[in-house]
Design a protein around this ligand. Structure first.
Ligand SMILES: Nc1ncnc2c1ncn2[C@@H]1O[C@H](COP(=O)(O)OP(=O)(O)OP(=O)(O)O)[C@@H](O)[C@H]1O
Length: 291
C-alpha cells in the first residue's frame, strides 16, 4: 500500500447494455493522490458521470461494469476493493469514506425536514455512538464550516437560496469526514459569484481536512484554476492526465488543445490557444486576465 495514493483505478470499463451497446467508459486507469483535487474534463457525453457513478457503484441497469477494478487505500492502512464490497458495505463506504455531491443535489434535500435534522440523520445512522447533544453541536459546526451558519439549523430547504442549499449538501457530504469527495458539476446551476465562493470554500476545506476531490465539469477554465491535476476524457477514455499547469501550457494531446481552444476565455482574438505565463501564486494568467 502506498500512503500517497488514495485510489487506484485500473482498466475500468462500463457499458450501457442497450442496442447497440454504448461503451461509455473504456479501460480507464489512473491513481488519485491523497489530498489532491483531480479535475475530470471532457465534452458532454464523454463518460465523466458514468465513471464517477461507476466508482461509487451507483450505476443501475442497463449500465454494467464490464472490466477493471477500483481499490481504495484507506487511511487505516487497508486496501478496499470496491467491486468486492457487498451492497451494505458499499452504502456504509459511500458516506463514510467517499461522499458525492452532484449537480442537482440541492434538490435532493427533504423539503419537509429542517436542514439541521437532515445532517443529524446522517450522524445518527452512521455514528450510533454519538449522543444527541454531540450531533447537534456537530451539525452546527458543519453549517458554519460551509458558510451557511448555525443559525440556519432550523431552516427548511425552501427558506434557503440555491447556493445555500448546495452548501448544505456539501456539509452533509463532509459530515463523516470522508477521505474522498466526488463532485459532479456541483456548482453548475449556480450564478458565477456564488459558484466562486463555493469553490473557494471547497478548496479551503480540502486544505483543512486533507480529503481528495474528483471534480467533474465540462468547464475547463474552472478546472485549470482549482485542480492539482486534470484528466481529459474523450469517448470514454482518459486521453491525457497531467498537472493543471502542464495541461494548460504543454498539452500533448491534440484533443486537449482543441478543448482548450474551445473556451473563449482561454483563447486569443484569432481563436487560437494563447499560452499565458504563470504568476507567483500559481494562478494561470490568460489572455484577458487571470482566471
Ligand atoms: N441509461 C443510459 N442508456 C444508454 N446510454 C447511456 C445511458 N446513460 C448515459 N449513456 C451514454 O453514455 C455515454 C456517457 O454519458 P455520461 O453521462 O457519463 O457523460 P458525461 O461526460 O457525464 O456527460 P454530461 O457532461 O453531459 O453529463 C453517453 O454516450 C451517453 O449517451
Amino acid at each position: 500500500m502506498s500512503t500517497d495514493n488514495l485510489l487506484t483505478v485500473s482498466d475500468f470499463s462500463v457499458v450501457y447494455d442497450v442496442d447497440p451497446p454504448v461503451e461509455a467508459v473504456r479501460d480507464v486507469t489512473f491513481t488519485l493522490r491523497r489530498g489532491e483535487i483531480l479535475g475530470l474534463a471532457g465534452e458532454s457525453g464523454c463518460g465523466k458521470t458514468t465513471l464517477a457513478y461507476g466508482l461509487q457503484r451507483l450505476l443501475r441497469p442497463p449500465a454494467v461494469i464490464t472490466a477493471g477494478s477500483a481499490v481504495f487505500h484507506d487511511e487505516g492502512g487497508a486496501d478496499i476493493d470496491l467491486n468486492a464490497l457487498t451492497e451494505r458495505e458499499m452504502r456504509q463506504f459511500r458516506w463514510d469514506k467517499a461522499s458525492m455531491v452532484f449537480q442537482g443535489a440541492m434538490n435532493a434535500l427533504n423539503p419537509v425536514m429542517a436542514v439541521g435534522r437532515q445532517i443529524d440523520d446522517i450522524l445518527s445512522t452512521h455514528r450510533p455512538g454519538m449522543g444527541r447533544g454531540e450531533r447537534r453541536a456537530q451539525a452546527a459546526e458543519l453549517l458554519d464550516l460551509v458558510g451557511v451558519g448555525r443559525d440556519r439549523l432550523r431552516s427548511y430547504p425552501h427558506e434557503l437560496s440555491g447556493g445555500m442549499r448546495q452548501r448544505v449538501m456539501i456539509a452533509m457530504a463532509l459530515a463523516l469526514t470522508p477521505q474522498l469527495m466526488i463532485m459532479d458539476e456541483p456548482t453548475t446551476a449556480l450564478d458565477v459569484l456564488v459558484q466562486r465562493e463555493i469553490l473557494r470554500q471547497i478548496s479551503d476545506l480540502r486544505e483543512q481536512f486533507g480529503f481528495s476531490v474528483i471534480f467533474i465539469t465540462h468547464d475547463l477554465p474552472l478546472l485549470l484554476e482549482i485542480s492539482d491535476r486534470i484528466a481529459v476524457m474523450r469517448e470514454g477514455r482518459i486521453v491525457e492526465l497531467d498537472t493543471a499547469e502542464n495541461i494548460y501550457h504543454h498539452a500533448r494531446h491534440e484533443y486537449t488543445r482543441r478543448l482548450l481552444g474551445s473556451f473563449p476565455s482561454l483563447t486569443g482574438e484569432r481563436g487560437g490557444f494563447v499560452r499565458g505565463a504563470h504568476d507567483d501564486d500559481g494562478a494561470v494568467a490568460v489572455a484577458g486576465g487571470t482566471i
